[in-house]
Ligand binder design. Structure first.
Ligand code: SAH
Ligand code: SF4
Length: 342
């Protein structure tokens, strides 16, 4: 397709299905790379990831942090540690920090809000939160504290599969929270996993159409990776081939969004993140969690970058970006949907 067509094209379910099932994905991946170049340029945004607590009150059947996993050593960083990590991310030239955790009742929303306020006062960083489901008032409180963005994946658009993955909640509630976040003025990100047990190509088609319909600022997708201490331990992982097709389609279908080359994608194939950056992705999330905690944030096994220091991750990711002929920036990399002046 010509670039002008890629910029305008409204993808139908049938076209998405064909793209997911075709024998040869090379044209699809190349189209996504061209569209990425047109809407994002060659800059790759780095979002420093702080995994501040692995406590979780939920019991998602796919995730190693689920409350029934008794073999996980639990940790919770202090406010001072979190703020220090953010300052480090600032010094490394990242424009954003992402504060992520399980749904930890040990960190109150007020406390989290105070951390956000301190980071906003002491750094020039954009702050993204990824701490799961909260009430509308709690989301409002965090937004008022200065949080700019929120990541909350819907995981799958299939209602029944969702109920198997998250037995205590409903897809409709998750989607409602995405709308709340948008209405509060957060730059909002969502996404799904690829290769979930029981997921079909038809499910992925619906996932992509839902991502488009939600009109998001960020879209993160990655392969499902079975964790041995979960009910889904013996299921098969998602494949790199399908993951890259979905990354490409995320770019092609949602167009003006920030799309990360996710850590999970890099964990199932040695060059997974580089490949994702070449078929639509324009963001990477280097880890800035201190080494002592990092290996305990085991949402899935064989996660990459478990022993490196934040400085090592910075050098590695910088080298990776340059080796692809792309550039880094210390800008926050706000939503591509905001007016240029904001
Ligand atoms: N507790 C928050 C944020 C932490 S989990 C939340 O659930 O939103 C962040 C993401 O990790 C989840 O949205 C999920 O898509 C991903 N994840 C969890 N377990 C995984 C697994 N076994 N394989 C791949 N991705 C996983
Ligand atoms: Fe907790 Fe999030 Fe893992 Fe679910 S996916 S168990 S909410 S950390």
């Amino acid at each position: 397709m010509l670039l002008e067509e890629l910029l305008r094209h409204d993808w139908s379910a049938t076209e998405i299905e064909r793209a997911l099932e075709s024998d040869d994905a090379s044209a699809l991946l190349a189209d996504a790379d061209r569209l990425r170049g047109a809407v994002c340029g060659d800059v790759v945004h780095r979002r420093g990831l702080i995994e501040f607590s692995n406590h979780c009150a939920r019991n998602c059947t796919y995730c190693g942090l689920r409350r029934d996993n008794r073999s996980l050593k639990r940790y919770r960083m202090s406010g001072d540690e979190v703020v220090e990590c953010a300052r480090r991310a600032d010094r490394l030239g990242y424009g954003t920090v992402v504060l992520q955790s399980g749904e930890d009742p040990g960190v109150s929303t007020d406390e989290l809000a105070r951390w956000v306020e301190r980071i906003k006062r002491q750094t020039r960083l954009a702050v993204t939160l990824s701490v799961g489901e909260k009430t509308l008032d709690e989301y409002r409180r965090l937004r008022q504290a200065g949080a700019d963005r929120y990541l909350i994946r819907f995981e799958t658009s299939d209602r029944l599969l969702y109920a198997r993955l998250k037995p205590e909640s409903r897809l409709q509630e998750r989607l409602e929270k995405i709308y709340w976040l948008k209405s509060l003025g957060y730059q909002t990100g969502s996404g799904c996993m690829i290769g979930l047990p029981g997921q079909t190509v038809a499910t992925l088609v619906q996932d992509l159409l839902l991502l488009e319909q939600l009109d998001l600022d960020m879209v993160g997708v990655g392969p499902f990776i079975p964790h041995p201490q979960t009910p889904l331990a013996s299921e098969r992982p998602g494949t790199i081939e399908m993951t890259l097709r979905v990354v490409a389609l995320v770019r092609l279908v949602t167009k003006r969004t920030h799309v990360p080359a996710t850590t999970a994608t890099g964990s199932i194939a040695p060059d997974g993140r580089q490949r994702a950056l070449r078929c639509g992705a324009n963001v990477i999330m280097p880890n800035v969690t201190p080494q002592t905690y990092r290996r305990h944030y085991e949402i899935y096994p064989n996660k990459i970058c478990l022993t490196e220091r934040p400085e090592d991750c910075s050098a590695c990711v910088g080298g990776m970006i340059r080796s692809l002929g792309r550039t880094v920036t210390d800008e926050p990399g706000h939503s591509l949907k905001l007016a240029p002046s904001s």
